[in-house]
Design a protein around this ligand. Sequence first.
Ligand SMILES: Nc1nc2c([nH]c(=O)n2[C@@H]2O[C@H](COP(=O)(O)OP(=O)(O)OP(=O)(O)O)[C@@H](O)[C@H]2O)c(=O)[nH]1
Ligand SMILES: [Mg+2]
Length: 330
Amino acid sequence: MNTTKRKITHAAVGVIQREDGWVLLAERPVGKPWAGYWEFPGGKVEEGETPQQALKRELQEELGIAVASLYPWLTRSFDYEAKYDATGQLDSPAKTVKLHFFIVTKWDGEPRGLENQQLVWQPPENIEVSPMLPANAPIFAALSLPSNYAITNLSELGEDLFFERLKISLDNGLKMLQLREKQLSNQAFQTFAERVIQLAKPYKAKVLINSGNQSASAALNVAGIHFNSTDLMQLQAKPVGMLCGASCHNAEQLAHAAALGIDYVMLSPVKATRSHPDEEPLGWSQFANLISDYALPVYALGGMRPPDLHEAKSHGAHGIAMLRSAWLSE
Ligand SMILES: Nc1nc2c([nH]c(=O)n2[C@@H]2O[C@H](COP(=O)(O)OP(=O)(O)OP(=O)(O)O)[C@@H](O)[C@H]2O)c(=O)[nH]1
Ligand SMILES: [Mg+2]
């Protein structure tokens, strides 16, 4: 397959998300290529438009809604092979699409299928309509990742306080956390990890383990592994069957993570942090530049506190990751 000669079609795609997390999907109507396939509303970016302008126009045309608030999210390229219909007629030629995803959180008007497309609201972690446009497969996994991600801080809090705060965080809706305790022996880490996993289980919170503690992980029932940047750069392929993330601090590491197709990255340090006082912070504008054309969901890390979530999302982040401030009592 020669993809180098293909022209790239840019499309703006809207993940219209209600407050309960459900997203709006549309079925491509008869008469369009890929009819009967489900997609997010959106369409091609026209000459002279930014993807954001294109999205606003498309959502007005297709659904009759006016976008009131949106965040830039992932950008993914996908190579479509030529598609033929049952009679052997060309339905859609081979092409490369570059999809500019946005998360739309506020809009005016009630979405209606103005192009005879059927509409349905669905929870991202349990989509019941099919078939989906093939480019969209990884999108639902990304949407299923929570906005807030906590990293354990046992060394600073001590065991009693840590477990007290963990219980409070889980009660308050924490859905994903990473065990990162380099100071612990394998045995001590294992005991600690088992206790966290036990506590997190009824809340259905995902527990990941830092690659620095990985030697203790074999016996543990964790959801996945978080690779530090050194281990990321050694990694040749994404481990199968588990959630897999990585820490990145520059474009090279981001590119390697994207090439591996892992599930998410953390990009840091956004702000100055107590845990890494010697590192030069990226600041929001460099953070946004590094991920402006990035395919994976990104957590902003470094000096993040819960109120920073909106600013992080405005700069293209999927969410925020927190170490110290995840465990502060409010
Ligand atoms: N809208 C939309 N397009 C997607 C998604 N995923 C995906 O691969 N695409 C591709 O992105 C391109 C956008 O196409 P579109 O058919 O919506 O374009 P459009 O609304 O401007 O309509 P048109 O057919 O009148 O030109 C198509 O090649 C489509 O296959 C998705 O989730 N939503
Ligand atoms: Mg469209």
